[in-house]
Ligand binder design. Structure first.
Ligand SMILES: Cc1cc2nc3c(=O)[nH]c(=O)nc-3n(C[C@H](O)[C@H](O)[C@H](O)COP(=O)(O)O)c2cc1C
Length: 255
């Protein structure tokens, strides 16, 4: 089975699958249908190529996963929010008003935390130049590792493969002396992520930044001793998903 199958009768060559692929693995064949490049760059396996297609012309196959689902519309429950949230890697040029990001951060104040310690602090970066400078620094470091360098093979000049052109980074961190359980930071970040999505923002967690705690803290004046919980690219999404990408079947046991 091919990783990606395209129905030539449905495809309108809109290019959204190509634009959305985080690893730039989708190109065009001679007749302008999207093709999956199988030359060694690792697929993120996010299924966004299928989920963004407006014509349901593309099927992305991964063993053991159910096909794309229609967007959840169960009447405003939190389940819809969880299922329909997607990582955003294409941001519009519109900047996020402070009130909106603060509303999402405020919602995360109500997240559970061990012994109600509420150890989380937030740093929001809105300067695109500083975000781009950190991206360049992290890319240069990554390019020293051949496996990571391969990831940038199809990245065009001027594109940011790390922060994806997001105009805002939301950084979740905390003083280790106030932190009983480091997982509190991830819980708060997840609450922020969902709240942001409910307010129409697009977000994407940056594992690359998370793995580079020292340069991130240094770039943005976060205390060196702090725990870095999450770095979340934030902005308004430039594209909408039409379906929910495939997911593994639930693995559940009652004993
Ligand atoms: C801890 C974590 C780290 C991630 N790191 C990156 C990253 O560095 N770059 C990126 O483009 N996406 C990153 N993602 C997004 C995942 O690729 C994405 O969540 C996954 O493919 C599922 O897609 P969805 O969020 O749209 O459901 C990260 C997500 C998480 C939770």
């Amino acid at each position: 089975m091919d990783v990606m199958e395209v129905d030539g009768n449905r495809c309108i060559s809109c290019g959204l699958c190509e634009k959305t692929c985080p690893m730039k693995l989708i190109g065009k064949d001679g007749e302008s249908l999207p093709v999956f490049r199988t030359d060694g760059v690792e697929c993120m396996e996010c299924g966004h190529c299928e989920a963004v297609c407006p014509k349901k012309a593309l099927r992305w196959n991964r063993d053991g996963e159910t096909g794309a689902e229609t967007l959840a519309k169960s009447g405003g429950t939190c389940i819809d929010l969880i299922k329909n949230r997607r990582s955003c890697r294409l941001f519009s040029a519109k900047s996020v008003p402070k009130e909106i990001v603060e509303k999402a951060i405020d919602a995360a104040r109500y997240a559970p935390s061990a012994k109600n310690s509420q150890p989380v602090r937030w740093t929001v970066i809105t300067d695109k130049n500083r975000i781009a400078a950190l991206s360049r620094q992290l890319q240069a470091k990554n390019r020293e590792n051949p496996a990571m360098a391969r990831r940038y093979k199809y990245v065009a000049s001027g594109e940011d493969p790390i922060f994806r052109g997001a105009g805002m980074l939301v950084i979740v961190h905390g003083d280790p002396d106030e932190t009983l359980w480091p997982g509190d930071g991830i819980i708060a970040a997840t609450c922020f992520d969902l709240a942001a999505s409910s307010l129409g923002l697009g977000t994407c967690w940056s594992g690359t930044a998370f793995s580079a705690a020292a340069p991130v803290k240094q770039a943005f004046g976060i205390p060196e001793k702090d725990l870095l919980h999450a770095v979340i690219m934030t902005g308004f999404p430039a594209v909408a998903f039409t379906t929910i990408p495939p997911r593994k079947n639930i693995r559940l046991a009652y004993r």
